[in-house]
Design a protein around this ligand. Structure first.
Ligand SMILES: C[S@@+](CC[C@H](N)C(=O)[O-])C[C@H]1O[C@@H](n2cnc3c(N)ncnc32)[C@H](O)[C@@H]1O
Length: 242
């Protein structure tokens, strides 16, 4: 069960500053993500979901649920934000979408084959210990099942440069801290270079300004207002339950 605070919100939930506040822009961001399919290829290699039960943890508006449903035996989304949860349920297309969080997954022990968490909850830092969510994922995974966490590569690509300019690592944990945290918890990390590729330069500018609301990306945007693509390095942290 989720704990609830006095306002009736789950106590372990904090609203995502990007998707939670700007779901329409985040939809454009997701459409721009990895059109080359390099990340998808790596995900299928690390933790294939064809014919299996997959959980998309922190599924947001459920953008990726239909994609998983094309091949999975069954797709479950878990999301703590009541507004995003409603959007995911409206989109689901065959997925079941449950109210929950990484720390409280409303599923039985050993009941899923694969867990993907895409830019959700698993941002280890000295201020945010992700052990509770990891223990909960390991509880619901079947023996032999896999978790893949999709995160930013903080070292490579233009997006990493923008993160550095924004000093985002100060809030998220330095790249080395994140890699060490995952290694200490038995995960391997695979880095994949891909991109955000938008249909129009205006879309790129709107999404970058949403992700960097303090203006730290403005000079980069103004240097080339016609760009509609940026290079984006991803870090995929993979853990198999023994
Ligand atoms: C940046 S959004 C990404 C959403 C989705 N995974 C996607 O890629 O479109 C981060 C998501 O994590 C969710 N979240 C916040 N706290 C969480 C928690 N404790 N457990 C699981 N998800 C959480 C947010 O509500 C939001 O849906």
């Amino acid at each position: 069960m989720l704990n609830h605070d006095r306002a009736g919100m789950p106590a372990d939930f904090f609203r995502a500053w990007n998707q939670g506040l700007h779901p329409d822009l985040y939809e454009i961001e997701n459409r721009a993500l990895d059109r080359e399919e390099y990340v998808w290829a790596a995900l299928s290699r690390l933790a294939p979901w064809a014919g299996r039960i997959i959980l998309d943890l922190g599924c947001g508006t459920g953008f990726w649920l239909p994609r998983y449903a094309e091949q999975a035996a069954s797709v479950i989304g878990v999301e703590p934000d009541p507004e995003l949860l409603a959007a995911a349920r409206a989109r689901a297309g065959g997925a079941s979408v449950l109210h929950g969080s990484a720390e409280h997954i409303p599923l039985p022990d050993s009941s899923v084959d694969v867990v993907h968490a895409r830019f959700a909850y698993f941002f280890p830092s000295p201020q945010h210990d992700c052990s509770a969510g990891l223990a909960e994922v390991l509880r619901v995974l079947r023996p032999g099942g896999s978790l893949v966490v999709i995160d930013n590569d903080q070292d490579d690509g233009e997006f990493a440069d923008l993160l550095e300019a924004a000093n985002a690592a100060a809030g998220q944990g330095e790249g080395d801290y994140i890699a060490s945290w995952w290694a200490e918890h038995g995960a391997s990390t695979t880095r994949v270079m891909s991109s955000w590729t938008f249909d129009r330069p205006e879309e790129l500018a709107d999404v970058v300004r949403m992700e960097f609301p303090n203006g730290t990306a403005d000079a980069w945007l103004e240097a080339d207002p016609q760009r509609s693509r940026l290079s984006y390095g991803y870090a995929l942290h993979h853990l198999r339950k023994g």
